[in-house]
Design a protein around this ligand. Structure first.
Ligand code: CAA
Length: 291
């Protein structure tokens, strides 16, 4: 069975980016979210991002319209019966993801592959919570999905060869480059990236530099496209904290201890761009450092 129809569970910043690239590659996509408003907002975001690509001359307006016409909102899980691949892109919370798998599995065709876009949680453990561990895989997109070339693919211990090959061809058909990672906490990108971000927060916490000087240092001194604090706000501070907790608990090494200042920002509900406040305040015309 080849992949023609894709279902996306979760219409947040990752879900909408994933739907965008999959629809642009010619597949039909159905999006589902617990919040109808969020799902509606995702369609508007996708339209806006496709329009950016039209203005930049990367795609034609005809491509934009065709991609949008291939995206629909899922009204009920009954529609999952016609889906060939489900991509779960919900919050980075194991209980939330398990609950979703328990809810959707009874509606799926036995051949349907389930992929998780988890950025750090064990694919093996998530696979074991479903009725089809051999048809379960990690497909980890990077944010912003329409711009970033990489997709990390993670095999759980149970992932079948057929599932892996089918998923690999699918991801390649999106025009992305694949890096295959073993199923260990944080896989590759976040195992390396998040300790760097966490260290930048410690650097701020210990008063070594201000928000502005730390970001300037890494943008101009290491040629990163964004400073690490700016990137933390972009990823979402709650997601950064969840990933650090997975690394800390999964690898049992104190070097992964989440910075208390990161915990404090998350407790305040200052989660970065999505809540308009994090290490920067985004409510005005220009981002203003909050420390
Ligand atoms: N959809 C479509 N196009 C987009 C877009 C989106 N969501 N976001 C940006 N773009 C396009 C812009 O239109 C622009 O296109 P042109 O060059 O053709 O004009 C281009 O991308 C660059 O954007 P901007 O000019 O607005 O801004 P920029 O030059 O600062 O680039 C950025 C923005 C691409 C996000 C860049 O800052 C960057 O690469 N940042 C680092 C991102 C990163 O590290 N991502 C990984 C996060 S980690 C992760 O995702 C894993 C995880 O699990 C946490």
């Amino acid at each position: 069975m080849s992949i023609e129809r894709v279902g996306i569970i979760g219409a947040g910043q990752m879900g909408n980016g994933i739907a965008h690239v999959i629809a642009l590659a010619g597949y039909s996509v159905a999006i589902s979210d617990v919040s109808n408003d969020q799902a509606q907002a995702a369609l508007a975001t996708i339209d806006g991002n496709l329009a950016r690509q039209v203005s930049a001359g990367k795609i034609s307006d005809e491509d934009r319209r065709a991609a949008l016409s291939r995206i629909s909102l899922m009204n009920s899980y009954d529609e999952l019966a016609k889906i060939d691949l489900v991509i779960e892109a919900a919050a980075e919370d194991e209980d939330v993801k398990r609950k979703i798998f328990a809810e959707i599995c009874p509606y799926l065709n036995p051949e349907t592959v389930i992929a998780t876009n988890t950025s750090s949680i064990s694919v093996t453990r998530l696979a074991a919570s479903t009725d089809r561990p051999e048809k379960f895989i990690g497909i980890h997109f990077m944010n912003p999905v329409p711009v970033m070339d990489l997709v990390e693919m993670i095999r759980g211990i149970q992932t079948g060869d057929e599932t892996f090959e089918k998923s690999r061809s699918f991801v390649e058909s999106l025009g992305k480059t694949i890096a295959v990672a073993e199923d260990f906490p944080g896989f590759m990108v976040n195992r390396i990236l998040l300790p760097m971000i966490n260290e930048s927060i410690y650097t701020l916490y210990e008063g070594v530099g201000s928000v502005k000087s730390i970001d300037t240092a890494m943008r101009l001194g290491a040629r990163h496209p964004m400073g690490p604090l700016q990137l933390a706000d972009f990823i979402g501070l709650d997601t950064c904290l969840s990933i650090m907790q997975v690394l800390y608990e999964g690898l049992a090494d104190t070097k992964y201890r989440p910075c208390p200042l990161l915990v404090k920002y998350v407790e305040a509900g200052w989660l970065g761009r999505k809540t308009q406040r994090g290490f920067y305040d985004y409510r005005g015309d220009e981002p203003v450092p909050t420390r």
